[in-house]
Design a binder for this molecule. Structure first.
Ligand code: SAH
Length: 404
């Protein structure tokens, strides 16, 4: 493929690719040989013209190319892309046992940068965020349907991310019949309804599956040890992911807080779907920062508290402000934690690394004047694999603390 278009890198800019980081930034490119179109295959060559990788060209993006492969002998064509999809689905075969909602493709980690494919029962929900994936979208959708057995495909791409790639806004039904307003799924024995058309991201926070299960196991253990169900506070509850996991595991009372009335309404429907006693679950439409203070004034205490806020830092410049916000909610939550109680505290800000997050939470523990053990580090499940050479993929981090 000597006549394939190529991006020539500036001297010294080869290193990141040699370390198998899959992005080529615009600033690293010295020149473009040929006239590749949006998303088309290009060879990436070092300043000495040596082959480094095959990549998809994104002429309008700051990330100018995303790598498909580092092997010159590989033929990156339709069959190759379809094989990547099959490999991604096969990688998760065992996880199907935990339920019928799963991330089947997670971008870079599955060698398909810019593609997310989430399965909710028989429905696939896609996000297409790179020019390379866009160019091959039909072929990739065919491969996804064939590998997963799903017939309905819905797109929920983020318009802002597509715009950065020079791609027009796109979304809605791609294949099959219009999906129900709320698609039923099952996760570790809990039933949930997912609003794939209007819900957050692709409709559900699949990345918290393992941690919801962790909470359920800890709640069961609490019941065994204390002979009563724990009191649970779920902050930033969305549609009640953690709330239902806790309630079904035997929590005595679960208070769920979120500012989204729609999410809370779906949370209530989810509770009914699982046949839970409505008196067991309380749903409160409120700002968590304020609600935590109000609860303290009322001298409330909880045996389990979950803090799963939205992304407070979207880039490096927001780290300081975000750190203050994380500290604030963690301190307020720790003040409500009963002795022996547990806090599950998360950050999905990629810009905040796990060490910093742990320092922030430790600062809150000190200010709360209590002592805590770090019982476990938490994160996304195995359907969100992380390439060791692409740490950006590991955005979700969590800590499980126990008040001594
Ligand atoms: N833990 C959830 C996902 C949480 S996503 C799950 O397992 O499904 C973050 C949630 O925080 C969103 O539902 C959003 O509506 C809510 N939110 C954002 N800012 C908030 C605030 N200040 N107070 C309360 N909720 C907030």
């Amino acid at each position: 493929m000597a006549d394939t278009a190529a991006l020539l890198l500036k001297p010294g800019k080869e290193r990141s690719l040699q370390r198998r980081h899959p992005w080529v930034y615009a600033g690293a490119v010295a020149s473009v040989a040929g006239t590749p179109g949006n998303g088309e295959l290009v060879a990436i060559r070092g300043s000495d013209r040596r082959f480094l990788a095959w990549a998809a060209y994104s002429p309008q993006s700051l990330i100018r190319a995303r790598c498909w492969s580092y092997a010159e002998a590989e033929r990156v064509d339709g069959a190759w892309l379809a094989a990547r999809v099959r490999a991604a689905v096969a990688r998760r075969a065992q996880l199907q046992e935990t339920g019928d909602a799963l991330r089947l493709v997670f971008g870079e980690a599955d060698g398909l940068p810019g593609l997310v494919a989430d399965r909710y029962g028989d429905t696939l929900v896609l996000q297409i965020h790179s020019a390379g994936i866009e160019l091959h979208r039909e072929l990739l959708i065919d491969a996804l349907c064939a590998a997963s057995g799903c017939a309905t495909v819905f797109e929920r791409s983020d318009a802002a991310l597509r715009e950065r790639e020079g791609l027009p806004d796109s979304g809605g039904l791609l294949r099959g019949d219009k999906p129900a307003a709320a698609v039923p799924i099952r996760e570790h024995g809990v039933h949930y309804l997912v609003d794939i058309r209007r819900g957050h991201k692709t409709g559900f926070y699949l990345d918290q599956r393992d941690s919801r299960q962790r909470l359920a196991l800890a709640v069961r253990d609490f019941v065994r040890r204390h002979g009563r169900g724990p009191r649970v506070l779920n902050c930033f509850c969305y549609t009640g992911g953690f709330s239902l996991a806790a309630a079904q595991a035997g929590a005595q009372a679960v208070l769920s807080v979120d500012t989204s009335a729609d999410a809370l309404a779906l949370g209530q429907r989810n509770a009914a779907l699982n046949g839970l006693d409505p008196a067991q679950l309380q749903w409160r439409c409120a700002d968590v920062f304020e609600e935590l203070r109000a609860l303290r004034e009322g001298a409330a205490q909880f045996d389990f508290i979950v803090l799963d806020p939205p992304k407070f830092a979207t880039n490096q410049h927001q780290i300081e402000r975000a750190a203050r916000a994380y500290k604030d909610i963690n301190l307020s939550a720790l003040r409500l934690l009963a002795p022996g109680g547990r806090l599950l505290s998360f950050s999905c800000s990629g810009a905040i690394e796990v060490d910093l997050f742990q320092k922030i939470v430790a600062g809150a523990v000190i200010d709360a004047g209590i002592d805590c053990h770090l019982l476990a580090r938490l994160g996304a499940g195995a359907d969100h694999p992380v390439l060791v050479t692409h740490p950006e993929g590991e955005y979700l981090k969590g800590l499980m603390l126990e008040r001594i």
